[in-house]
Design a protein. Structure first.
Ligand code: GLN
Length: 194
């Protein structure tokens, strides 16, 4: 049985757990490095990256996760999760707090505007036959994506979903709404037929 973890320090982890359940996949909340054992994949949810890095600081969670990512663990960061994965941020608003890195992108936090500027938009996603209605909430913008990355979806000319080997990052919230297809695409990577 495939088991997918969801980082549950803060943010929209419940919605991801529900989606994984709807897809018939076993899931587990991850708040400590011990919870990373025997996972087949991990989702980093949206929320508030400043809170996540503070909660994780002083623990070995990110260091252990970085090792597992380097060894090939499939990881999908959405919104604040993308901020954790980005190799570069456009500003130093997260201060000296440790992040994960691992995705060769530059990300600008909150660049799609404030909470009241939240929006949904249909995006074409590689591998999906019909557009996906994507929800953007104080979303980070992907300013550039390195040559090793593959852009899976774009909105108004900007990448909003990218993948680099086993690491995926998206600006939007694929767990909001009823559309399971992006989670299903990620699970395909784990060899799960859903
Ligand atoms: N603006 C948030 C941050 O910087 C991310 C927003 C989200 O995850 N919806 O962490």
């Amino acid at each position: 049985m495939v088991r997918v973890g969801v980082l549950a320090l803060q943010g929209a982890f419940r919605e991801h757990l529900l989606m994984l359940g709807s897809l018939g996949v076993e899931s587990r909340k991850v708040t400590r490095s011990e919870h990373l054992a025997d996972l087949d994949g991990l989702i980093l949810p949206g929320g508030e990256s400043t809170a996540m890095v503070r909660i994780a600081s002083g623990t070995d969670l990110f260091a252990r996760l970085r090792e597992l990512m380097a060894a090939g663990l499939p990881v999908f960061g959405t919104c604040a999760g993308l901020i954790l994965l980005a190799d570069r941020l456009s500003d130093d608003s997260l201060g000296g707090y440790e992040r994960l890195g691992g995705l060769d992108v530059t990300v600008a936090r909150n660049a799609y505007g404030r909470q009241r500027d939240s929006f949904t938009a249909p995006i074409d996603v590689a591998g999906l036959s019909d557009p996906f209605q994507a929800t953007f909430i104080r979303a980070p913008q992907i300013l550039d994506a390195g040559p090793g990355t593959e852009v899976l979806a774009a909105h108004e000319g900007r990448a909003v979903l990218v993948r680099q080997n086993n690491v995926w990052g998206g600006s939007f919230h694929p767990e909001l709404g009823q559309d399971l297809r992006i989670h299903a695409e990620f699970l395909h990577r784990l060899g799960v037929a859903v």
